[in-house]
Ligand binder design. Structure first.
Ligand code: SF4
Length: 329
């Protein structure tokens, strides 16, 4: 078990019926002609100190969900309750202050760091924005952060281009940690890195979680990576959360046909544990015009007539294991 929090079960973040729709503009007057339902009525909880993994194919809405939670995007409707406070409609100074407690580690360490700033300035910037510490104290704090993420002292005076991909992600992690946040949303934090350095960065995130008592929302498309990192896992498809469970329950007994297909595709070195691969037919439908009923019915290998007529909601079928599928109603 990676941390203490699943035992505490004290909520840090609660998402209630979250929807994030983007307008699609068209025509001569650039009017809104449709909506992309990027996140469509998603609810979940993250407990203090735990890691909730959010997984699904590209375009399933997991990154939009993460950005909406951090208020980098405005939700269309629903509620975001962080540490007991409704932050859904926060703006201006109140939002700026609240942001101290939730930070993001981005997918692309190349794009997320200002190439013209020295690492010392990049990492100290959040602290400078919120405190009036002396230069000496600031530098000491940044050097300590660099050491915590495994970078040498002389990184302070270097520029991002002088580092490898893995080291740049460490800089991004140091910056995210600078204000001692409660929640970090890590959006595909290792998918742009060489496989050889991915596990080093993942292990660093785990060590930092224990040391700083962090809570993670860990977003990734790679189920092996999510399995390594998470206590619980939510599976998203076409803007919907279709299954959520403890890691062990989800991998041992995936219930949703989509989760079963995803898990069947994980490479397994041990031939005795290999499962038959479930190949899904067709592409993910457009979120502008999602299918009626169950969003997965156009690709589901066990769909029934009723699946195109009504949308199943998440139901708890075992303690802590929820699934949205008519087969379990
Ligand atoms: Fe498949 Fe129907 Fe379940 Fe959707 S509701 S996952 S289409 S069986």
């Amino acid at each position: 078990m990676s941390n203490t929090a699943t035992k505490n079960k004290e909520k840090l973040l609660e998402i209630q019926n979250l929807k994030t729709y983007y307008p699609v503009k068209g025509g001569f007057l650039r009017r809104t002609i449709a909506e992309v339902k990027a996140v469509d009525d998603v609810s979940f909880v993250i407990n203090k100190g735990e890691t909730l993994g959010l997984v699904g194919e590209s375009g399933c809405g997991k990154s939009t969900a993460g950005r909406t939670i951090l208020k980098l995007l405005n939700p269309t409707s629903g509620k975001i309750i962080f540490d007991g406070k409704d932050i859904t409609n926060l703006g201006g100074k109140e939002l700026r202050l609240a942001r101290k407690d939730f930070q993001m580690v981005f997918q692309d360490p190349y794009a997320s760091l200002n190439p013209k700033q020295m690492v010392g300035d990049i990492v100290s910037e959040p602290i400078r924005n919120f405190t009036s510490k002396s230069m000496k104290d600031l530098k000491l704090e940044v050097l300590e952060l660099l050491q915590k993420v495994g970078l040498p002292e002389d990184a302070y005076y270097k520029y991002p281009h002088e580092f490898s991909g893995g080291q740049r992600q460490r800089i991004g992690i140091a910056r995210a940690l600078a204000l001692k946040p409660k929640l970090i949303v890590a959006d595909e934090p290792v998918s742009a890195l060489d496989v050889s350095v991915q596990s080093q960065v993942l292990n660093l995130l785990k060590e930092l979680q224990n040391e700083f008592d962090l809570t993670y929302l860990f977003i990734a498309h790679d189920l092996s990576v999510v399995k390594h990192m998470s206590d619980r896992i939510g599976v998203m498809y076409l803007g919907n959360l279709v299954e959520i469970a403890d890691k062990s329950s989800l991998y041992a007994e995936p219930l949703h046909p989509y989760t079963q297909a995803l898990i069947s595709a994980i490479p397994e070195a041990d031939p005795r544990k290999r499962k038959e691969r479930i190949i899904l037919q067709g592409d993910v439908p457009s979120p502008v015009n999602p299918p009626s009923g169950c969003p997965f019915h156009t690709r589901c290998p066990v769909a029934r007539d009723e699946c195109s007529k009504r949308k199943p909601s998440l139901k708890e079928v075992k303690p802590g294991h929820q699934v949205a599928c008519v087969l379990y109603e």
